[in-house]
Design a binder for this molecule. Structure first.
Ligand SMILES: [Zn+2]
Ligand SMILES: [Zn+2]
Length: 204
């Protein structure tokens, strides 16, 4: 019952990679822990992660699971949700984890108020210390809970995302830079990279 099964060394490697300890990282560590327990580690591309956020926790997922942006087995959807999907190619098993702060009692009201002050840039030195204490306590709660209480865990819908492929590159006809074919746009008879397309499209 309860609490992370990861070693202190595993956790420290994640913190070193990310650069600091924070609640978001704790969430990613628990998601990575779930993958290691259920799927094992992705030495190559056999496990695929689809992350629906680009927050701190994604670093922990990359470090622990071996699903990385560069290898192409970590896909980012910019949905702004603390939700993570994992697929295993061998048996097409897929799960979706959604972080559920409410099940852990959520961050305290005091912490929420201090975070708002921080966002507004009006935090005093004392309040900053208090916020650090709250964040450490919240992180501990995330690390100390049962995985089934940290996430809502459901089968993932949809097929396993396709394997990373080497795509043909085309030269953008505005800036000349080589661009993966699937990322180019046709505009007024020319093949353009996305930044050039967006720049020209806005002028019309
Ligand atoms: Zn962080
Ligand atoms: Zn261009």
């Amino acid at each position: 019952m309860g609490g992370t099964a990861l070693s202190q060394e595993q956790i420290q490697r994640v913190v070193d990679f990310h650069g600091h300890w924070c609640p978001g990282l704790a969430i990613g560590i628990r998601a990575g822990e779930f993958v290691l327990r259920e799927f094992g580690r992705a030495a190559d591309e056999e496990i695929v992660a689809v992350v629906e956020t680009d927050m701190c926790g994604v670093d922990a997922i990359q470090m622990l699971t071996g699903c990385t942006l560069g290898k192409g087995n970590l896909l980012h959807l910019d949905h702004g949700k603390m939700a993570f999907r994992f697929y295993r190619r061998s048996d097409e098993k897929g799960v979706r984890l959604v972080f559920d702060a409410d099940r852990l009692g959520g961050p305290s009201d005091a912490m929420a108020a201090l975070q708002q002050k921080r966002a507004a840039g009006t935090l005093t030195a004392e309040e900053r210390q208090a916020l650090d204490t709250h964040r450490a306590e919240w992180s501990e709660r995330i690390m100390g809970a049962d995985l089934a209480d940290v996430f809502r865990i459901r089968p993932a819908a949809g097929p396993v995302p396709r394997r990373a492929r080497l795509m043909q590159s085309l030269a953008c006809e505005a800036c000349g830079e080589k661009t993966m074919e699937t990322r180019t746009r046709r505009f007024e008879g020319r093949t353009l990279c996305l930044p050039c397309f967006e720049r020209l499209d806005r002028r019309v």
